[in-house]
Design a protein around this ligand. Structure first.
Ligand SMILES: Cc1ncc(COP(=O)(O)O)c(C=O)c1O
Length: 398
């Protein structure tokens, strides 16, 4: 038996999609001009789908620090964090993140995906419960699969449903409530105050993944919990460097006095190579810069609101009533129209993301734009204009 046969339906679906000139899985960025522009297929293109929310990928301080680290420490550590792979830079980065979150302890992982695997699988033991939002990111689901806890799901952002679920669990069992600040498909923010208060009422420890909210939510950019003034209800923050920070890596922070024991029990922390010194150095500089980036934060929010309102006024079916984050998502009627729309938009010179099940909730087809603080007002208006032209060109009713 051919073990790949089980994927035949996926291959068939992909073959049936009406891509003519471009295919989302084959797009190659030939040249990066800036945080917001690239050459793709010979065409000058506005980047409207990266997670480069704070536009840090070309930050001069971060680039210089990375070059310095390359010269002084080489291209990689070739070791795990617990075996030869912790350099002074890793410790400095952990200190910078702890300072950013005003918390005591931080662990840096090699990706945000691994941070979720490592935290959830280690915290959720055999007799414990891990309670998650149904629309959680794959890394949260995979962290659950890797651990031994019983998993309980509640309806997306529905705190009454959460309370009904928690009421049924044994009072003194260990419970970890895991939620995200902003959900990456629809770009909607969580009602964290209600969710975390209910979690605490039922004895949960709480983990908030601020992957898509760090950098621009809250006065210091810590995320939605800061924005809503509920940081004292968070036991563990989790985040990534692959979005606002502009590089790669992940982290968890906490004030828990026993936090450091996780370095000895979290397999995705131990059994993988640590981040290269250049990445660590640029992440440190970037996080320090983000802390001082009040103006950038403000411009990012202006951009997000302008784009959301522009598309809404043009008649597009928006996923949120207003911009709740820099992720602005538009509903598309079905996979065929979605495919045509995405391709035509790329040919118009806008690279956004098409999102389809199983990544999306409730079988939706979406076109997701991630706004960047470095997008100019003219670029935002250009994205709106090209969306409108694309809808006309593919005959889509918006
Ligand atoms: C909510 C959430 N958590 C974690 C991650 C993983 O981040 P990384 O790219 O660092 O693996 C992502 C990435 O998309 C995410 O959306």
């Amino acid at each position: 038996m051919d073990l790949l046969d089980k994927f035949d339906s996926i291959v068939e679906l992909r073959a049936s999609l009406p891509f003519e000139k471009a295919d989302p899985f084959k797009v190659v960025i030939d040249e990066v001009i800036s945080e917001t522009e690239a050459i793709i297929g010979g065409r000058h293109t506005i980047l409207a789908g990266t997670n480069n929310y704070m536009g840090m990928t070309f930050d001069e301080g971060a680039i210089d620090a990375a070059k310095d680290a390359l010269d002084n420490f080489g291209t990689g550590t070739t070791g795990s964090r617990v075996l030869n792979g912790t350099y002074g830079g890793h410790k400095a980065l952990e200190a910078a993140i702890a300072d950013f979150y005003d918390m005591e302890h931080c662990m840096v992982f090699s990706t945000g995906y691994q941070a979720n695997l490592g935290m959830i699988s280690a915290l959720g033991g055999k007799d414990d419960y891990v309670i998650i939002d149904a629309d959680s990111h794959a890394s949260i689901y995979d962290g659950c699969s890797m651990g031994n806890a019983t998993i309980v799901r509640f309806k997306h952002n529905d705190y009454e449903n959460l309370e009904r679920r928690l009421r049924r669990l044994p009072e003194d069992a260990g419970k970890l409530l895991v939620v995200e600040g902003v959900y990456s498909m629809l770009g909607d923010a969580a009602p964290l105050k209600e969710i975390l208060e209910i979690g605490k009422k039922y004895g949960c420890m709480t983990l908030v993944d601020e992957a898509h909210s760090m950098g621009f939510c809250g006065e210091n950019g810590r995320g939605v919990a800061e924005q809503l003034g509920v940081e004292d209800l968070v036991d563990f923050y989790l985040g990534t460097f692959s979005k606002s920070v502009g590089t790669v890596g992940g982290f968890a922070v906490s004030n828990h006095p026993k936090f450091d024991v996780l370095r000895f029990v979290s397999r995705p922390y131990i059994f993988t190579a640590s981040l290269p010194p250049s990445v660590v150095a640029s992440a440190t500089k970037s996080i320090e810069a983000i802390k001082r980036s009040g103006n950038r934060r403000a411009h990012l929010w202006e951009n997000a609101r302008r784009l959301h309102d522009g598309l809404k006024n043009a008649g597009f079916n928006m996923c949120t009533p207003e911009a709740q984050s820099p992720i602005i998502a538009v509903h598309l009627p079905d996979v065929m129209q979605g495919t045509k729309f995405w391709e035509r938009l790329l040919l118009e010179g806008v690279y956004a993301n098409m999102a389809a099940p199983p990544a999306t909730p409730a079988g939706m087809f979406l076109l997701r734009i991630s706004v960047c603080a470095q997008h100019t007002t003219e670029q935002i208006d250009e994205i709106i204009a090209r969306f409108v032209r694309t809808a006309e060109a593919v005959g889509m009713d918006v």
